[in-house]
Design a protein around this ligand. Sequence first.
Ligand SMILES: Cc1cc2nc3c(=O)[nH]c(=O)nc-3n(C[C@H](O)[C@H](O)[C@H](O)COP(=O)(O)OP(=O)(O)OC[C@H]3O[C@@H](n4cnc5c(N)ncnc54)[C@H](O)[C@@H]3O)c2cc1C
Length: 460
Amino acid sequence: MTTRTSLVAKPKQRRSLYLGERGKLLLGYTAIMLIPFLATYALDMQLKTTYAFALSAMNTLAMMMFYLQFPLGSRLKKIAWFANIDWNMTHHKKVGQWLGLIFFLHPILILAPRFSMSWGDGITSVITTVTASNMLIGVIAWVSMVVWILLSIFKQRLPIRYETWRLTHMMGFVTIIVLATVHITNIGQHGQYAPWFNVIWWGLCSFSVMMVLFNYFVKPILLKRQPFELTEVTQVSSRDWQVTLKTNNDAFDFEPGQFVWFNTTAPGGLKNAAKEHPFSIASSRSSLPNLSFLIRNLGDYTSQLGTLKIGQNVYVDGPYGSMSLHDSAKAKAILLIAGGAGIGPMLSLLRGLADQNDTRPIRLIYGNNQLDQMVLQEDILQLETTMANFKQQLVSLDKGKNAYQGVIDQTIISRLIEPHPTADWSVYLCGPQPMVEGVQGSLKKLSIANRHIHFEHLSF
Ligand SMILES: Cc1cc2nc3c(=O)[nH]c(=O)nc-3n(C[C@H](O)[C@H](O)[C@H](O)COP(=O)(O)OP(=O)(O)OC[C@H]3O[C@@H](n4cnc5c(N)ncnc54)[C@H](O)[C@@H]3O)c2cc1C
């Protein structure tokens, strides 16, 4: 029970990672990124021109960004710096796109000055560089980098399973980082000037590869030691399942609004490790040791949940995620907005508020294309009668007695939050990305400050 107690007793400590600390994280990452660049001063390298200086800065920063992509993409919840998985994944994707551009430009910027002398010199330099034997590894790394970044940007359009993409993504980038490190330690001017500089690069490369080895080979062994038991799989709408797990681990705890990765195949080996899926917890802490999830049938894995065997083991990695009731501790009123499968974390927050006998005005806007996709209506209507000041508003494209017809827009939000001033509200929001972005736009028009909006997309 120790962890469970400590979560309640030290909200401030946990909160420091959730709120207002994003700027600090950004600052911290930027500071780490600068280390190799600053180390070039220790070498006292004579970079002849401003252009050479700018290239040196860009190359060292880009390599450091590349190494940092590995802890950002890993789940290292025990290391505070890397524990904020939402922040990590958002920046992992953004940084990845910048890296793609910088590495694409890398050879072009190196060779560009030769073209300024003459086109003939430029072309000769390109041919000599591309065909030089000591450049082969760099050329392979460069081409692979461009291809792998394009595969990441367009992953939703590829005709392959997400699991296959994820394995390919991981194995590809591990290979590329090793090749890139071989390239910079053999060709890079910093290492040639002072060999100890290469020790930094290889240290960073080893750290990055170790992150991956830990996630794919060590973590599965740890998860296997404490399996959860599957106790329920019920179809709760034409497209949704309620899945319940039971844990024997007294130390397992979570905050309402968090999610876990769960794997119904025994983890072990590369292939099985990639079969895990992220799902938000829909129950509150008072239901522990039981943990429930609301899962929408969206693809090959979620459509087969009905074939799982009651009593079988499920391997749970988590909890993760930064949405928490601590975010709204000072708010006078709370608005929960769920789109489709986003109802899971909103229900967890609502149940958490009910457990605390919260008397503030609490509103839930729950949207689905069709009315028959609204799940657990009995439970939610029950909470309307037992909680001091809670109301639900359904939103659907279907016409229905108590439903607002359409999508979750400014009209329905403002109708629900009146007569309380917008500054009173803390808003939680979860659903598919287009819905989250649309609602964020409506909240902005209603002048609800960004710092009062806490959201989660259902995809990385
Ligand atoms: C933080 C978070 C919380 C989530 N909570 C819920 C929830 O409470 N209820 C719910 O119904 N859905 C939730 N999802 C979405 C859920 O993870 C996907 O719908 C599910 O994994 C789809 O798997 P599939 O094989 O059935 O579908 P697919 O057709 O394979 O995938 C559909 C989409 O789901 C995503 N996805 C698929 N597999 C994975 C994976 N292994 N890891 C990460 N993303 C994947 C990809 O974006 C993919 O394009 C959540 C997602 C995230 C990121």
